[in-house]
Design a binder for this molecule. Sequence first.
Ligand SMILES: [Zn+2]
Length: 227
Amino acid sequence: MCACGHTKEVSYAGDGVEYPVFSCPQCGPDKRNEWALWWSDYSELWKDNAKWDEPKHKLPCLMGFFCSKYAEMYGHPFHFEYATPNPYKSKDFINGRRLLAVFGGDAKLARNYAQWVFAFKIRNADYAISSMGFFVSQKFVSEYMQARARSRVLRRSTPLPTEFLGWCLEHEPEVFDRQQFETWNDLNFMVAYVKQGGTNSAEGRVAVEAVRRGMLPPGPGYANLED
Ligand SMILES: [Zn+2]
């Protein structure tokens, strides 16, 4: 309802997303549209990783990310159905807020989860999702957390990080002469060797560096890599 008494008309606008705009048949369109303000900032701001750690940016970034991914996947913009002038009171934003709560306020984790849903749960663009509510599924969340835990388990054949190998090559190059040193299995082998011979060797210093980088827990239990 407009202040003049007329009922406002709703239409949709936006570039890359469809949000409601309101206009009065007598007074014309609203001068200020909260949706347009949100989108003009967050269609791009979500790409700035640092923003995701700041509480006030978490929800609008998540929604900007969601709308961008949606448009990318379907080739047409996401349409916000609920015509409220305040995006933060729309159902999709409320569901976005719920999703953040599910992940304890870790917005980056919520984003990675949403990305996972797009990749694995919405298998093709023929299957249309109509709202953010689709993402707030305890079943999906549990499945995602399990998949995430599994992917963290290192396989013996996984190559060691290039940056770490670069450090070794620069500081302790002789380890490459003495043994094959490419995978986590090789590191595991080296740790067993260090346990026998102590850390006062090139291998020992490499193991200490690996612990320093969080690649191995400190102490005697650090050979427990999975098969
Ligand atoms: Zn009016």
